[in-house]
Design a protein around this ligand. Structure first.
Ligand code: ADP
Length: 152
C-alpha cells in the first residue's frame, strides 16, 4: 500500500493544489491531503471551511482522504503509515525552501518526498494571492476549483 501525504495550509484550496493532487494521486494507492494546524498562524478560512473545500473538490476520488494534523509532518506520516510526502514546485524559491525541508525530513525519517512540477499556466497561483484578491474584492473564481466558489 503506497500511501502519501500532501501537506499544506490550503487557505484556500487553489487550482495549483488541485492540479498537483489530481496528478499526484495517480502515483499512489492513497493520497491523504493533510491540513496542518499551526496555532501561531492566522488563517482567512476556518479549518472546517478549508476541509469542506477539499472534501467537495475530491468527493468522487476514493483514493483521496482529507485529514488534519498538528506537529511535524513526518510524525503524522508515521502515525498513519504513509511513506511518501507529495509537494509541488512552482519556482526556484519553492525549490530552495522545499529542498531544506525534504533533507530535514530524510534526516528524521525514512520518508521520501516526491515533487511534481507545477503545470504550465498555474505557477503564479498561490493561496496568498487568492486571499489578496478576495480581500480586495477581485474576481478570484478563475484561481480556485468551482467547489471552492460554490462553498464560499
Ligand atoms: P504551505 O503552507 O505548506 O506552503 P500551501 O497550501 O501553500 O502550504 O501549499 C501546499 C503545497 O502545494 C506546496 O507543496 C506548494 O508548493 C504546492 N503548491 C501551491 N500552489 C501551487 C501551484 N500553483 N503549483 C504547484 N504547486 C503548488
Amino acid at each position: 500500500m503506497r500511501r502519501a501525504v500532501f501537506p499544506g495550509s490550503f487557505d484556500p484550496l487553489t487550482l495549483g493544489h488541485y492540479d498537483i493532487i489530481k496528478r499526484g494521486v495517480t502515483l499512489f494507492d492513497e493520497l491523504v491531503i493533510a491540513i496542518g494546524i499551526n496555532a501561531d498562524k492566522k488563517y482567512m478560512f476556518s479549518l472546517e471551511e478549508r476541509t469542506k473545500f477539499i472534501e467537495e473538490a475530491f468527493k468522487d476520488e476514493p483514493k483521496i482522504k482529507v485529514m488534519t494534523y498538528e506537529g511535524m509532518t513526518v510524525d503524522f506520516c508515521k502515525k498513519i503509515g504513509a511513506t511518501f510526502i507529495l509537494r509541488g514546485l512552482r519556482n526556484p524559491a519553492d525549490f530552495e525552501f522545499e529542498k531544506a525541508i525534504a533533507h530535514t525530513n530524510r534526516k528524521l525519517s525514512e520518508i521520501e518526498t516526491v515533487f511534481l512540477l507545477t503545470s504550465s499556466g498555474k505557477s503564479y497561483i498561490s493561496s496568498s494571492i487568492v486571499r489578496d484578491v478576495i480581500r480586495n474584492g477581485g474576481d478570484y473564481t478563475g484561481l480556485v476549483p468551482d467547489t471552492v466558489v460554490a462553498n464560499f
